[in-house]
Design a protein around this ligand. Structure first.
Ligand SMILES: C[S@@+](CC[C@H](N)C(=O)[O-])C[C@H]1O[C@@H](n2cnc3c(N)ncnc32)[C@H](O)[C@@H]1O
Length: 326
């Protein structure tokens, strides 16, 4: 094991609150690069992707300590520059950075972005990807600005904490807005599946009849932002992949969700169906699911098959709102 200290969620994710000192020669990886493009030992390397449950944040790795960083770069510009800047910050002098991305997902921008940090870049193209290699410059440029622009930040217009890369990071999703606008007075114990910034839970917790809500998301940044946004003693927060139902919470009175239908940039309807199955597993008999979905997504048949009663409460601006009772 290449770390002197192992921390699990939530303490590891409190960006820069605590520092982890990798052992000399340690390697970090961000995401899951194809081995044929950038060989990395996924068993030995320190995983730093916010989308991998229990991974350490890149931001928690001490300055100038790593021998090598491999970044399967995310498509959003602010998010990608943030990851590259942290990778360079955490590299020891002379350490190697490899960054790669698909040509249609930011790959052509990688070399220029690394050059803007003062790197001398060798670029290659393979399997629809651009692959850039460089050493850490003696004095990298502009890291602080990229880290500030891509880090956790309060958005005054929304009154919310957020971070580039989180779903709908700088606006309320129009589907979620439909769910929020519909009157509802949930009661008892519930869960917010795929909580994102926590906007659905903020609405749910406005009901004094709610005694507890567990907010769950696979994205560590979303869970951290939701924790800051919700600020309610009735709320609990978990980073978890909901394709596998957690053992807890269970016997719930209600579940609220705006399920995802993209995985890694491609449409994946099975993801939303897995969320429905997880909701069913968590609810008690008679418990209620409220969910919003794009009108183009056919949830009717799976809801009818899994629940005793299903109502469509609204259809507004391309979204449908369902209430289903187990
Ligand atoms: C459509 S967004 C809704 C976010 C938030 N509830 C809102 O209304 O703004 C779906 C959320 O599910 C999360 N998600 C995607 N795949 C997941 C998985 N396998 N397990 C848990 N959460 C997941 C995403 O990170 C995202 O925050």
């Amino acid at each position: 094991m290449s770390l002197s200290a192992i921390r699990t969620w939530p303490s590891s994710a409190r960006a820069s609150a605590a520092e982890t000192m990798p052992t000399p020669g340690a390697e970090a990886v961000y995401g899951s690069p194809l081995p044929v493009l950038a060989p990395v030992s996924m068993l030995e390397a320190i995983q730093t992707s916010p989308l991998v449950v229990d991974a350490l944040g890149l931001e928690s790795l001490a300055d100038a300590t790593l021998a090598r960083v491999v970044i399967d770069a995310p498509p959003g510009t602010l998010e990608r520059r943030y990851a590259l800047a942290h990778g360079l910050r955490a590299l020891a002098p002379g350490g190697e950075l490899i960054a790669l991305a698909r040509k249609d997902r930011g790959g052509p921008r990688l070399a220029g972005e690394l050059q803007s940090f003062g790197c001398t870049v060798a670029e290659a193209a393979k399997r629809h990807h651009r692959i850039c290699r460089c050493s850490r410059p003696t004095a990298p440029l502009g890291l602080k600005a990229a880290i500030a622009a891509g880090g956790m930040q309060r958005l005054p217009a929304l009154g919310l904490w957020s971070q580039p890369g989180v779903f709908s990071w700088n606006r309320i999703d129009p589907g979620s807005a439909v769910l929020i606008a519909q009157p509802w007075r949930p009661a008892g114990v519930g869960a917010d599946l795929g909580c994102g910034l926590g906007v659905l839970s903020r609405t749910v917790l406005a009901a004094p009849t709610v005694t507890e809500v567990t907010l769950i998301d696979i994205d560590r940044r979303a869970v951290e932002a939701a924790r800051l946004n919700v600020g309610d003693a009735r709320a609990r927060f978990i980073q978890h992949d909901l394709r596998r139902p957690p053992r807890r919470p269970a016997d719930l009175d209600f579940v609220v969700m705006n399920p995802p239908f993209h995985d890694g940039g491609s449409q994946d309807r099975s993801l939303g169906h897995a969320f429905v199955d997880t909701a069913v597993a968590m609810l008690k008999v008679g418990g209620v699911l409220r969910m919003v979905a794009n009108v183009a997504l056919p949830y009717e048949s799976i809801l009818a098959a899994r629940f005793a009663e299903v109502d469509q409460l609204a259809q507004v601006g391309g979204y449908k709102l369902f209430e289903a009772r187990k």
